[in-house]
Design a protein around this ligand. Structure first.
Ligand code: SF4
Ligand code: SF4
Length: 428
């Protein structure tokens, strides 16, 4: 099978401090959860419970653009707020666990969905708080409402491109919940009114991609209401970024003369959340998260409740082997600093790490030696060194950096190129 990729830049990213991806463990239920009243896309949520109230597992506790649910049963003991490393003010309800679980360990009722309209399916996903679980954290309803070039999306792309070892959580999810992800794709396709589903898998995971085709093949009625195909992509980082993925898929489209039209790209965690909402009528209560880094004793993929504090997660991985110099959410390529170990797992948290070294030039930097490595890896064809020098002098409008972090990773002078360029663009 041909492998499709983007034409320039990028890098092969290996990291032996990331956790193994072939299995996951269920994290202990947290004695205290910190459930944010803001969704990752930025919209505020109005609490519908007060301090002192008793809440049930899965109960609606916040209402807004994205609904928020209690991830454990218990008592609301505090309302807190803090500023995260991106200077966003976050509010949260603190729940002390107690009482019985409504969902955990109970037999799950399966609800039919085939007879529901696209509108009804969207409403259910919205009621149960489904967001884009990879990246932006935008409400699913907003994503589905987006029009590309004024047209309806015509192909759903299931993004299973593993170009970064810190995507171990998505990989474990695909292995352990393949039926949920496959059926979630069919539901999402109906919600969005697309005419085709494309499974985009990095070529090293061809076998897993074929398993998905089999899963979904068994769910389609004979003749199938919707064509499904598998496209193999490269595994060079940042192949999974929307821009690079679309380049690869347009190459496929030309070569195979397959009309994909505009693309709606969703990841496996979002599709599993859609399945849970529609099939099980279950809100987003937990997510797979890759936990590791050189400072962590036992790196592992964990299935943790939203609201679990990162300090508890690290402790469950055996704690630190030494004092971490950098603790962050996400991959070291695109991480966001953890300002406080009480910060909770969010719906969009796919990884968290603690490093003994600073990585990526956060501390000791030297002068640029003009090696050109940053230019060689930039997939957009930018000159990161030049942009870095222009920060504060010129307007960053139109620079077009999408923050992949490649330039920063390869810079031998450990200059914070991507970090500085992105924050200049964000501030403009
Ligand atoms: S300049 Fe931006 S797009 Fe180019 S490598 Fe650096 S972070 Fe990636
Ligand atoms: S990689 Fe670093 S040292 Fe090399 S040219 Fe770019 S900024 Fe300069």
């Amino acid at each position: 099978m041909k492998v499709y990729s983007f034409p320039r830049g990028g890098l092969s990213y290996e990291d032996h401090t990331a956790p193994r991806r072939d299995s996951s463990v269920v994290a202990y239920l947290p004695a205290v959860s910190v459930v944010p009243l803001v969704h990752c896309g930025g919209g505020r949520v109005q609490p519908v419970v007060s301090v002192g109230d008793t809440v049930k597992e899965g109960m609606l506790i916040g209402w807004g653009q994205v609904n928020v649910h209690a991830t454990v049963p218990g008592k609301v003991i505090r309302r807190v707020s803090w500023r995260n490393a991106c200077d966003q003010e976050i509010e949260a309800l603190v729940i002390r666990m107690g009482g019985t679980f409504e969902k955990l360990g109970k037999r799950e009722e399966i609800f039919p969905w085939e007879g529901l309209s696209s509108h009804e399916l969207r409403r259910i996903a919205s009621d149960y708080g489904v967001v884009e679980m990879e990246g932006s954290g935008r409400p699913l309803a907003d994503l589905l409402a987006l029009r590309s070039g004024g047209k309806e999306p015509r192909s759903l792309v299931v993004r299973c491109v593993f170009d970064d070892p810190w995507l171990a959580a998505d990989y474990a999810l695909c292995r352990e919940r393949s039926t949920a992800v496959a059926e979630g794709s069919l539901i999402a396709a109906k919600m969005a009114g697309v005419r085709r589903i494309v499974f985009a898998f990095s070529h090293r995971e061809q076998e897993l991609g074929e398993l998905f085709l089999q899963e979904i093949g068994g769910m389609l009625t004979e003749g199938g209401p919707i064509p499904v195909s598998l496209v193999l992509t490269g595994a060079r980082y940042p192949q999974r970024n929307c821009r690079e993925l679309e380049i690869a898929l347009r190459n496929y489209e030309r070569r195979e003369m397959a009309s994909l039209g505009s693309l709606l790209i969703l990841g496996p965690a979002t599709l599993a959340a859609i399945y849970d909402a529609v099939r099980l009528r279950k809100p987003v209560l937990d997510r797979y998260i890759a936990v590791g880094g050189s400072a962590i004793k036992n790196p592992q993929v964990m299935r943790a409740r939203i609201g679990t504090r990162i300090g508890d997660i690290f402790a469950e991985c055996g704690g630190f082997v030494g004092k971490p110099r950098r603790t962050a959410w996400g991959s070291p390529l695109q991480g966001r600093i953890v300002a406080d170990l009480d910060e909770p797992v969010l719906k969009t948290t796919y990884a968290a790490f603690a490093m003994l070294d600073s990585r990526a030039g956060f501390f000791t930097t030297r002068n640029c030696i003009g090696c050109g490595e940053c230019r060689a890896v930039c997939p957009v064809g930018l000159d990161p060194e030049e942009l870095y020098k222009r920060i504060g002098r010129d307007s960053p409008e139109g620079w077009g950096c999408h923050g992949c972090g490649c330039c920063e990773l390869v810079c031998p002078s450990r200059l914070p190129l991507a970090t500085a360029i992105c924050s200049a663009q964000g501030a403009s």
